[in-house]
Design a protein around this ligand. Structure first.
Ligand code: SF4
Length: 285
């Protein structure tokens, strides 16, 4: 049983931003919605390593290399693998997660061989509701990528987004689908509205969000990482103990993909004030 007084920190680096042709209605990185975000091509690997060192110094145990776009191609696989190698060469004990969309087993094996420990691919919402929020690819493709991750021996990080207009049944279905994959870690995101996006409001409030965390914890069991990721600041600022009491044992520190988070030292103070310790290794047992 994990020590619930220990909280795991994860940081995200958006290493290729805002240039995606897909139409996910919740995503500011789709070029279709012209959201006012930073868009850039691949970051320099030296900059990625520097940023990884900062995240590690701030207590991150997990470091996620994210690229915009539907999925991996040869160029992306090569770049992520080189970035992973460069980070691993300079930083010890940092769990590297790749989040690069749909992926084949071959691509995933290549990433694993070059230092990636875990792959993040979220199911986002229920299979039924997914067609309402994305028409350019299917929920099934997402599920298949998660299965590919499992079959290659990478740890799977898979979760979703709540508050995009889905029903209670959709939420239940999403949680059941996530559980069916037995992920090692699960990020729960709470929709962050942006005026440029087709989904204008978030249809979830604090109490329901806590119920989802609690339900996810009971369905996933005690030995997994359950992370509150995007939307944490909108829903839980000043009430963080509620999400930990409901079963969350991990948070994202620093910025998200296209939205600002709190300064990492503020989160560390928050944890300290609540009597939580920052986890120093990835063993949840
Ligand atoms: S595929 Fe990924 S990056 Fe592209 S619009 Fe969808 S969520 Fe955003």
């Amino acid at each position: 049983m994990p020590n619930r007084k220990e909280i795991f920190l994860c940081a995200i680096n958006n290493i290729l931003s805002g240039t995606c042709q897909e139409d996910c209605k919740f995503c500011t990185q789709s070029v279709r919605y012209h959201a006012d975000i930073q868009r850039y091509n691949y970051k320099d690997i030296s900059q990625i390593v520097t940023e990884a060192k900062m995240a590690k110094a701030n207590g991150a145990l997990g470091y996620c290399l994210v690229t915009a776009g539907k999925g991996l191609d040869d160029k992306k696989v090569d770049f992520v693998a080189r970035a992973a190698q460069a980070i691993k060469a300079e930083i010890e004990d940092l769990n590297l997660i790749a989040c690069n969309g749909t992926a084949t087993k071959e691509q995933l094996r290549y990433l694993k061989a070059h230092g990636i420990d875990s792959y993040n691919h979220n199911l986002e919402t229920s299979a039924r509701y997914y067609a309402q929020i994305c028409q350019t690819h299917t929920w099934q493709e997402r599920y298949e990528t998660c299965e590919n991750v499992k079959s290659t021996g990478l740890a799977l990080c898979s979760g979703g987004i709540f508050g995009m207009g889905e029903t209670l049944e959709d939420r239940e279905e999403l949680l059941s689908a996530i559980v069916s994959l037995s992920p090692e870690s699960t990020p729960l995101n709470f929709y962050h509205p942006n005026p440029a996006l087709p989904i204008k409001t978030r249809n979830i409030a604090l109490e329901e969000s806590l119920q989802i965390i609690s339900k996810a914890r009971s369905m996933l069991g005690e030995d997994t990482l359950l992370m509150v990721a995007g939307g944490r600041e909108l829903l839980f600022t000043g009430k963080e103990e509620k999400m930990f009491e409901a079963g969350a044992n991990a948070i994202v520190i620093g910025n998200y993909l296209t939205t600002k988070g709190l300064a990492p030292n503020k989160d560390r103070h928050m944890l300290e004030n609540l009597g939580y310790e920052v986890a120093v290794n990835c063993d949840t047992h």
